[in-house]
Design a protein around this ligand. Structure first.
Ligand SMILES: C[S@@+](CC[C@H](N)C(=O)[O-])C[C@H]1O[C@@H](n2cnc3c(N)ncnc32)[C@H](O)[C@@H]1O
Length: 270
C-alpha cells in the first residue's frame, strides 16, 4: 500500500509485540481511504479492518471499555486520554508518555510502516527498562493504525478524550487536496463530540499558510475558544520534547506555529 508521507519500510515485528501495543482497527471507511489514496478501497478488506460499508449499514459496534480492558490488561483506560493524530514514528508520544504516567496516550496514524516503527521503539524501550530494572514499563501508550476520522467517528465514539494533538500534519497545499488534511471541518465537528468539556486541541506546523488555515477552520465552529499556547496549558509540557519532524526542522531553524483551543462547556449541551 502506498503511504501518505511516511516513506519508511515496515519493520518485521513479532505478532505478540504488535498485539501488546496496537489497537486493532475495526472500521476502515472507504470514504477516508479514497480521500487520501484517490482510489476506491477494494471490497475484500481484511477481516480485522472491518467492513467497508457506511457505519449505519453494517450494524457496526464501536469499542467498549470492557473489550479494550480484555485486549490490554496492563493498561488503565480510566486515565485521561491524550490522542496524537498523525503520530508518525511516535517519538513525541513516547517521550510524553514516559513523563506523564497519569495519562493514557494513543498515537493514530494511517501509515502502517510509521506505526510499526513506533511500536518497535516502545517495545525496545520497555525491554531496556526491564533489563536495567530501573523504572516500571511504559503501559500508558497504545497505537491505532487508521484514519483520524475513523478513530473518532467509528471505533472510539464511546470514549471521552481530554487532549488532542496534531503535530506537523501534511500541508496538502493544493486547493483540490484540502479535504485530505487531518484538520478539516468534519474533523473539528467530530472532536466537538469526542472531547470532554474543557478539552484541549493543540496544533503545530512549520507552514504559515497551514497555521492560518487551522485557525480559520477551528474558528468556524463556535464551540471552541482560542487560547495562547503557553505554560499555563497542561499540554505545553509535552512540547519540551521534539518529534522526529521537529528535529529535522530545528536543524534548518524554521519557525513553528502553534494553535491552542478549549472546548467550551456550553457546546456539550447543544
Ligand atoms: C509530517 S508527518 C508528522 C509526524 C509526527 N507528528 C512528527 O511530528 O514527527 C504527518 C503524519 O500524518 C499522517 N496522516 C496524514 N493524514 C492522516 C489521517 N487522515 N489520519 C491519520 N494519520 C494521517 C501521515 O501518515 C504522517 O505520518
Amino acid at each position: 500500500m502506498k503511504v501518505v508521507s511516511c516513506r519508511l519500510k515496515s519493520k518485521v515485528i513479532p505478532k505478540q509485540t504488535l498485539k501488546e501495543y496496537l489497537i486493532p482497527t475495526r472500521y476502515h471507511s472507504a470514504f477516508a481511504y479514497q480521500n487520501v489514496y484517490q482510489k476506491p478501497l477494494k471490497t475484500t478488506a481484511p477481516a480485522e479492518q472491518g467492513a467497508t460499508l457506511p457505519v449505519q449499514q453494517q450494524q457496526y459496534k464501536p469499542y467498549t471499555k470492557t473489550q479494550l480492558a480484555d485486549l490490554f490488561p496492563a493498561v488503565n483506560f480510566s486515565l485521561p486520554w491524550v490522542i496524537e493524530f498523525g503520530t508518525g514514528t511516535g517519538e513525541f508520544l513516547i517521550a510524553a508518555a514516559q513523563q506523564h504516567p497519569n495519562k493514557l496516550f494513543i498515537g493514530v496514524d494511517v501509515a502502517r510502516p510509521c506505526i510499526e516503527r513506533a511500536i518497535a521503539k516502545i517495545a525496545s524501550l520497555n525491554l531496556k527498562l526491564q533489563h536495567e530494572n530501573k523504572e516500571p514499563r511504559v503501559t500508558n501508550l497504545l497505537f491505532y493504525n487508521g484514519f483520524a476520522l475513523d478513530f473518532l467517528q467509528a471505533d472510539f465514539i464511546h470514549f471521552p478524550l481530554t487532549e488532542v494533538l496534531v503535530n506537523f500534519p501534511d500541508p496538502w497545499p493544493k486547493k483540490r487536496h484540502h479535504k485530505r488534511r487531518i484538520i478539516s471541518t468534519p474533523f473539528i465537528t467530530a472532536l466537538t463530540q469526542a472531547l470532554v468539556e474543557g478539552g484541549l486541541l493543540i496544533t503545530v506546523t512549520d507552514v504559515a499558510a497551514l497555521y492560518e488555515y487551522h485557525l480559520e477552520i477551528i474558528a468556524i465552529n463556535r464551540a471552541w475558544t482560542a487560547l495562547s499556547f503557553d505554560k499555563n496549558l497542561p499540554a505545553y509540557d509535552y512540547y519540551r520534547f521534539c518529534s522526529r519532524y521537529e528535529q529535522k526542522n530545528l536543524a534548518q531553524t524554521k519557525q513553528f506555529f502553534y494553535t491552542a483551543h478549549r472546548l467550551t462547556a456550553l457546546s456539550k449541551k447543544l
